[in-house]
Design a protein around this ligand. Sequence first.
Ligand SMILES: Nc1ncnc2c1ncn2[C@@H]1O[C@H](COP(=O)(O)OP(=O)(O)OP(=O)(O)O)[C@@H](O)[C@H]1O
Length: 558
Amino acid sequence: FLYACVCVCVSAGISEMLSSVVEDVSLGVNRNIFGAEVLHELLSAPWLHALLKIYECLLQFERSTPTPLLPYASGLSHEVYVHRPSAEARELYSLLSSPHMQALLSSHDSVAQSDYGPVLPPLPDEMPDGEEAMRIVCLVKNNQPLGATIRRDEETGEIYIARVIHGGLADRSGLLHPGDLLVEVNGNPVVGMEPGQVIQILINSQGTILFKVIPDQVYMRALVDYSPLQDSSIPCPDAGMAFSRGDLLEVVDQSDGRWWQARKLPCAASCAGLIPSASMLKSKQREQWWCQPLEVHTCIRPSGFRQSFRLWRRTSVRRRRQSCTSCSPNSSALSTPYEEVALYQRPPQENHRLIIIIGATRVGVNELRKRLIKLNPSTFQGPVPHTTRPIRAGEQTGREYHFVTKELFEYMVCNHRFVDYGEQKGHLYGTSIDAIDEVLKRGRMCILDVEPHSIQPLRTRKLKPYVIFIKAPGPDRLRHTRRDARVLTNYSVNRAFTDDFVELEEASRLMEAKYKQLFDRTLVNDDLQHACMQLCSIIQEAQDEPQWIPVSWSRTEE
Ligand SMILES: Nc1ncnc2c1ncn2[C@@H]1O[C@H](COP(=O)(O)OP(=O)(O)OP(=O)(O)O)[C@@H](O)[C@H]1O
């Protein structure tokens, strides 16, 4: 009955209603109704009337949301007492100093500073090993559900956060994310448990729930350049982080659809910076594509004879397998500004990764490749090219070339069997995917020398190419190191290497600037002997040590 009375008061007319209820109850007291006296006493209690008055006041503010003028009102009460206070000031001071007023001002300050949330218990003193990778999340249990689902990896028995329900307790904490690995719940290791058992621990928990999780880390390779200082849309340029193509980024927060937080790897700065999300960058790229002047086509080399081991290579620009990928709006760089990557260690039983070496004309790609194969022919090998030219005395099909008819060659072109092909003196020459596979299947490392535009089609899960850019040193070093070098001209004339070394360095710089997002390593071809040794050790590292590769290459299906 008391509850009903209070409810009536609260909902209908507050303290006035209470007074009339008190009157009604007093009639019941006069008539000696059982329990009426106790009820009358309760309803007449001054605290109940005070409470309802407060409630009445609060109701007035239900719709308006008043903001505090000052968050520290209690401090003000002390300022009233000046050096020689007047009688009024002294009186006001003594009023404000009373315990009730002080309590009221302190409550005001707590509300004004929103300082009424639950205080979380301190983190445990003993942090586990690998604490950097581990996140400790403490949630205060209330009557709301946790708002997250879990899943068990059947192979490893590991428990992962599967979904975080928008607006739920876990979501609002901002500390649990899909893909996070759950290690412990309230001190109980959960690896190997059934999801039902983990849920039971959660149900049985009282007060706070302590999770230990290993966050799902996301790494991206930037395929575009970005500078926050030139971006008018960034909310805070000082918090932005510049990056350029090829940089490795650890994305630590993707909760905002427009602005992510990331660190550049290797992590020098511990503080993350703001970078545009993939969708944000895509829309920026689309805007820029339409308003930028047409870029000069730099992908076709100036025609000239390249002193390649296969004389046909790169001598003809009349027939190219495909056009430059960076010159169309549908290029991969335009559609994906970031490429998600993961560390990959080649299992010993798997084929070697394809090694691609590229560089500007005459930088020494072919020289290095030849020397590498000569150094260790049982380990390194080049794919045997196809040609339509007639076989010569001393040649053997499948050794120097695969000698094929023009019809078969063209059939292979139509079926996209060539990585690279061209024409020389009326004969066709090409490197096929099958020739690469053949080398890899024999357990050898396939060393391929192609044009940059041929890299993209080779970027497959099966081949997992590792791209080494051979860079030119400065013109002075080129002049010094190449003084005894000889090159072949278009007419197979052997002449001294007297090219413009400034031009060669410039071509190398342009190629690097344009394609650096595709390079795994850069090697400066200065001293030949030293460069060859370096190349050898880079290739060993690529095969035997963990390397960043696109995540799509590490998944089971392509
Ligand atoms: N580090 C070096 N020191 C001295 N000479 C070098 C060095 N690297 C390459 N050369 C010489 O430079 C000339 C051009 O090298 P190479 O044929 O390998 O160039 P390339 O990059 O394959 O060019 P192309 O595509 O035209 O064949 C060759 O005579 C080669 O021996």
